[in-house]
Design a binder for this molecule. Sequence first.
Ligand SMILES: NC(=O)c1ccc[n+]([C@@H]2O[C@H](COP(=O)([O-])OP(=O)(O)OC[C@H]3O[C@@H](n4cnc5c(N)ncnc54)[C@H](O)[C@@H]3O)[C@@H](O)[C@H]2O)c1
Length: 399
Amino acid sequence: MTRLRTAVVGAGQRFTEVVPAAAAAGRLEVVAVVDPSPAARERAAALLPAARLHADLDSLLAGDVPGAGAEAALVLTPDWTHAEVGTALLRSGLHVLVDKPLATTIEGADALLAAAEASGRLLYAGHNMRFMPVVEVMRQVVEDGLIGTPRAFWVRHFVGRGGDYFFRDWHAESALSGGLLVHKACHDLDAMSHVLGTSIQAVQAIGTNAVYHGCEPRPEGRAVPEVVNDVTHWPPSALTDVNPAMDVEDLSLVNLVCSHGVLGAYQQCCFTPDYWRSYTVIGDAGRMENVGDSAGEGEVLVWNRRRHGFDAEPDLRLPLVEGRGATAPVCEGRSGAHDAADAAMLADFAAAVLDGTAPRTSARTARDVVAAGVLARRSMHGGGLLPVPEPRVGTRSTT
Ligand SMILES: NC(=O)c1ccc[n+]([C@@H]2O[C@H](COP(=O)([O-])OP(=O)(O)OC[C@H]3O[C@@H](n4cnc5c(N)ncnc54)[C@H](O)[C@@H]3O)[C@@H](O)[C@H]2O)c1
């Protein structure tokens, strides 16, 4: 089977999930890795001894065989670098998967769309949630007409690891992450756009920093602590070493106007005791919601007959099982992080480049959800309902 010769740019934490997923996907051969950090390059050498290592993009793209002959690249660098790194790779003729969020600004996302259009190369949005069972099952429920025509979605995002993950390091600085309505919400807004077959047209939001602004800041000169998921860090108000430059919200409520008359709500709280996502989708002939969001631990419940009052027993229970989605790409050994979604996504990327199949993710939707997050934060400061502008290039809107 032909394999896609691929360079990976950025060899941090995400790299350690993506490399095994690429192996499980079976159709990618990682031929080069780029990272300015010597420690990261050492990690890469241990995981991928045959790959060529580069300290920067210029070195990857120079030489007799640029990019070690790579035809494609995976961008796994921090969010604020996505636009610059991704456009450079597209311009040099590679097909590019950019991990979420596509960018941290509307201008950055638009630059990526424009570079893809100019180069004729594939810009693939790394929205792996589209390959998670909870999203696959919900999309299937809509496609099968089990709740009629979808009219509304409500997302409750319980970000229980908020403090440890997002309020100590760069994520707490909007200039670097775009804010958590870009960095985190992009996943769910993309997933809901996919499930309902809709696109976001306007947003309005309120938000605040209710807890972490009051925490003990990291003293000058002390290193950012390792990212941990430590359940003894409780209550959230007792967290120490928070980023002193923090300027992002930890509590946000967003209203969304979408195409096809759909209205949505996205609610994010970064100091909950639990970590999961709750989606409710209401159609004109039923509603569904998930309880738990991981394979083996959750299910999608569908109520599509009328009752008198509360009824805990739905009309349909759809357990979340790995590889359950009817449209999941065939992928040997769907294993690894994120419910094997990463492997399925990488198989979909490889198939799109090698076989010309339609990608399941959408760069245009990824751009629109970045715009929604940016504009939602802008609207918090007296902006009201803000329309999501069309991108500079005339990319077709797909969900
Ligand atoms: N899709 C998902 O589920 C998911 C999960 C986690 C992280 N992510 C995304 O993955 C990306 C990386 O996150 P991470 O946690 O691995 O970050 P990280 O900080 O652990 O690693 C980033 C690596 O990129 C390197 N880097 C920085 N600038 C670079 C450049 N210009 N060229 C090459 N390398 C460069 C850094 O040295 C570092 O080794 C982020 O955008 C994040 O949002 C996605």
